[in-house]
Design a protein around this ligand. Structure first.
Ligand code: NAD
Length: 301
């Protein structure tokens, strides 16, 4: 992940120093990311001049001290093991500038756990990028324990300047994206193990149905549009046949009991108004139509 993140920041005009414990690997990755930046530009996937900026703005460092000598932003992306991260942060703290932004790209370890060993734990912020960093727009920003909002705002600003769409979430194992992603994966495996569908069929269904809708509508928007009473009815069937893992969540039960059924009653889980509902329905149809054509074109190529 580190090289992809370096590529994004260098493309946005930042000067990036990369340090990796394995210098051979770091050299090979640097070569590869320059090659891929050129290829992206040649194929029109990134703006003109990107490859040149990536080439000139990234250098490889031979020590943590050298990498951090001029750094105002530090992004740690070492393996997802707390003991490795703790050891690396001990070294970073020695060499990082007093006011440098300190971030970790952990994808599941609570920031509080990584921060625990720091002398100033409040300075650590989670900056969770997604693979491939060059093309995935979103990233999660996770304040550590007692991190001042001014520091969080600076991380959000850096991400936005790099062309990303940051969303701040609370510290928790797996944050939002990986908790959701793993819940989906766990159920996918259970479905395959139950013999309901093979892995190929399962992936095809996700891509062409629920996944197809996700670029425009998250789970709450989908529930509001489908109807909360409909969702509750489905939960009831699944609970009776598959067990308590499928009990309807109390948030949903309470909304239905209040008569808030989503778009059809004008009140749901998201803030809705009549104008917004009509606009959303119109943009849904236009978006799905455009996406359907794009997916069709890309799958032919
Ligand atoms: N792979 C992904 O899709 C992805 C996505 C988001 C976040 N992340 C997170 O990014 C981090 C790195 O994941 P990855 O997939 O890039 O792992 P990786 O194993 O591909 O890369 C980790 C790099 O860290 C280097 N390293 C190991 N120990 C080191 C040390 N003490 N000092 C300096 N460098 C050291 C390794 O040589 C390696 O090049 C993890 O926290 C992971 O959870 C990964």
């Amino acid at each position: 992940m580190g090289s992809g993140i370096a590529q994004v920041l260098a493309a946005a005009g930042g000067e990036v120093a990369v340090f990796d414990a394995n210098p051979e690997y770091a050299r090979a990755r640097l070569h590869e990311l320059r090659r891929s930046a050129r290829e992206h530009e040649d194929h029109g996937l990134v703006s003109r001049g990107t490859a040149e900026r990536v080439k000139t703005n990234i250098r490889s460092s031979t020590s943590v001290a050298d990498a951090l000598s001029k750094a105002d932003l530090v992004i740690e992306a070492v393996p997802e093991r707390l003991n490795i991260k703790t050891a690396v942060w001990a070294e970073i703290e020695v060499h990082a500038a007093e006011d440098a932004l300190l971030t970790t790209n952990t994808s599941s370890i609570p920031i509080a756990d990584v921060a625990r060993s720091l002398s100033r734990p409040y300075r650590l912020v989670g900056m969770h990028w997604f693979y491939p960093a060059v093309f995935v727009p979103g990233l999660e920003v996770i304040p550590g324990p007692a991190t001042p909002s001014s520091l969080v705002a600076r991380v959000v600003e850096v991400a936005a300047r790099a062309g990303k769409t940051p969303t701040v979430v609370k510290d928790s194992p797996g944050f939002v994206a990986n908790r959701l992603q793993l819940a989906l994966f766990r159920e996918a495996v259970a479905i395959v193990e139950d013999g309901v569908a093979g892995p190929e069929e399962l992936d095809a269904i996700v891509r062409t149905t629920i996944g197809f809708r996700l670029p425009f509508f998250g789970p709450f928007a989908m529930a509001d549009m489908a109807g909360l009473d409909v969702y509750r009815g489905i939960f009831d069937v699944l609970e009776s046949q598959l067990g308590p893992g499928f009990s309807a969540p109390s948030l949903l039960i309470e909304a239905v009991d209040r008569g808030d059924l989503g778009a059809k009653t004008g009140n749901g889980l998201l803030a809705l108004d009549a104008q917004g509902i009509a606009k959303r329905a119109a943009s849904r149809d236009a978006s799905y139509s455009a996406l359907g054509r794009l997916v069709g074109r890309l799958s032919q190529g």
